[in-house]
Design a protein. Structure first.
Length: 566
């Protein structure tokens, strides 16, 4: 059972819920409202008040029922919402957001099993040996943790780490990861970094149930139900496919980490008689040794171990280093303040032309040195100062805006930081200048849609421009977006208006898309299990009109209604 009175209950619930939402996405919907309702929903789930879950005799969810899969999905699966983030080299990485109803089951079971599963594995001293080689642990103390590995991009905000999901947690996990990394690195002279090829797309869900019989779990005697649930759950949220699990989710991270602890166990057995050590973050494995030859030889052993799970080493990414690899690129706040002193001033400052020139010069140097983390840190400091009204761009506001926008195209990994800054500039400028900025953004729309469709670039672009459009302009832009033919549910959320009967055209677009993909007659039963669930719940949160007699009908899942209604 879930211990609703436990001190860690609310914290763990929030961490698990944050895990559905990729951190670099903008604030598309009122996620805090949903998190605030989770305790009520979990209590109802425990009382088995919803028809969508199948329970065992103890109240653990073992399956789903009353799910109406869209016609184009393998039954009884549901459709994830896909979009793309960027790898360091600027190539696309597919990310997914799972169906919210299904994700609630993951949250429920993870809390249900916490004391008998995660506490045993992570908090018992005698089991430390099984997790000590992993830097992608999922529990610290009595709480879940969204991990920060040794290769995390460290940023700062007034001397503190900026985190993706939880500031305090990120600082804690980053420090722990660095400690573990240096402990295993010790004084070894060489290191080898091994990466698994297409890790999440190549994970077979059936292995999540199989590993219950592998070490270390067969010795620990952990509850097999959670392993079986992770197998079933990841099939259902991914079109009922057994190969591949969605990336960017905490549920996927937990499942992958449990499997990789088995890999750790086998690797440790292999190297325990050698003068070597080993540390891993998700699928990135680093081996340490005084012998480069020994490191080269271990690669074939690792491949044999991975073959047990039908995984392969990415040979093009196996790298060898002398004197060991530096575990992280870190931002240097001292250098930043030295070069850009206006970022350290406590009193409000109006930036002058020389500040702008110094900024451009320093950013150019950092680009040439490929110090993207340092650039992100600078942008984070600027955001903090501008939000607190400590920096005024003054008469140079236009040139700052134009320069920042062009930087987004220079390195797409800066897109999220840059558009947050552009949003602040738009918010703080007068109406005439805001219109000029809006026009500049609009002129880039076709370029972004041609090169970066369904990416974070396009998502952030629409997020900012729709915030500052008139209602009529927004309606026209919606039609232009629909005309592109690539309609993403996340971007549709940007066009949702507040007020009764304000979203008739948007609902028509969504239902027309669903009717094209599924049956004309039964779209109401299937649409909340398709990728369109996200804009639909935002419409219900913002608009009280009962479109198509659907949004407030029995076809709209009661668990979702309970989650989003005040």
């Amino acid at each position: 059972m879930i211990d609703f009175d436990a001190p860690n209950f609310e914290y763990n619930t929030n961490i698990l819920m944050d895990g559905i939402w990729y951190a670099d996405l903008p604030d598309i919907i009122d996620w805090q409202c949903i998190k605030n309702n989770m305790k009520k929903i979990l209590e109802k789930m425990e009382n088995q008040e919803y028809d969508f879950f199948e329970y065992d005799d103890e109240g653990f969810i073992k399956g789903f029922k009353s799910i109406c899969s869209p016609d184009y999905i393998r039954r009884p699966g549901v459709e994830a919402i896909s979009f793309y983030s960027f790898k360091k080299d600027g190539t696309f990485r597919e990310m997914q957001m799972p169906n919210l109803l299904h994700y609630c089951a993951f949250v429920y079971n993870s809390l249900f099993i916490f004391n008998d599963f995660f506490s045993v594995l992570y908090l018992k001293t005698e089991n430390e040996k099984y997790i000590s080689h992993s830097n992608s642990y999922v529990v610290i103390g009595e709480t879940f943790v969204i991990p920060a590995g040794y290769n995390v991009e460290e940023e700062f905000e007034e001397g503190k780490f900026i985190t993706k999901n939880n500031k305090n947690q990120e600082r804690m996990s980053f420090g722990e990861n660095m400690r573990r990394y240096h402990c295993h690195q010790d004084t070894y002279l060489y290191s080898a970094k091994i990466d698994i090829e297409s890790f999440f797309p190549n994970l077979y869900t059936h292995y999540f149930e199989k590993i219950a019989k592998y070490e270390p779990y067969c010795s620990l005697g952990l509850d097999n139900r959670y392993f079986a649930f992770l197998d079933m759950f990841h099939q259902r949220i991914n079109n009922n496919q057994t190969k591949g699990i969605p990336a960017g989710l905490f549920s996927s991270h937990i499942a992958a980490e449990l499997l990789m602890l088995c890999v750790d166990y086998d690797i440790i057995q292999k190297i325990e008689t050698k003068e070597m050590d080993y540390i891993r973050y998700v699928d990135d494995m680093v081996f340490f040794s005084d012998s480069k030859q020994e490191l080269e030889e271990i690669v074939s052993d690792v491949q044999r171990i991975l073959g047990k799970y039908r995984l392969r080493i990415n040979g093009t990414k196996t790298l060898y280093y002398i004197n060991s690899v530096s575990p992280a690129e870190q931002a240097n706040i001292v250098k930043t303040y030295a070069r850009l002193p206006f970022l350290e001033v406590e009193n409000k400052i109006v930036l002058q032309e020389e500040d702008y020139n110094d900024f451009k010069e320093y950013i150019t140097e950092l680009f040439c040195a490929d110090k993207i983390v340092q650039i992100k840190a600078i942008f984070s400091l600027m955001m903090k100062k501008m939000k607190d009204d400590k920096i005024d761009l003054g008469e140079g506001s236009e040139r700052w805006f134009c320069y920042l926008l062009t930087l987004a195209f220079q390195n797409v990994n800066l897109v999220c930081h840059i558009y947050r800054l552009l949003d602040i500039i738009m918010k703080k400028t007068d109406e005439n200048l805001r219109e000029k900025h809006l026009l500049r953004l609009k002129k880039k729309t076709s370029l972004i849609e041609s090169k970066y469709t369904e990416t974070l670039f396009q998502i952030w672009h629409y997020y900012v421009i729709t915030k500052y459009m008139t209602k009529g302009d927004k309606a026209n832009y919606l039609q232009k977006y629909i005309g592109t033919g690539n309609i993403n549910p996340i971007i549709l959320c940007m066009f949702v208006e507040s007020g009764k009967h304000e979203n008739r055209e948007l609902l028509s677009i969504i239902t027309d898309q669903m009717k094209k993909e599924s049956s004309e007659n039964d779209w109401r039963q299937k649409i909340m299990f398709s990728r369109w669930w996200l804009p639909l719940i935002k419409v219900r949160m913002k608009d009280s009109y009962n479109y198509y007699s659907f949004l407030r009908s029995t076809s709209f899942p009661d668990i979702i209604a309970d989650l989003i209604d005040d």
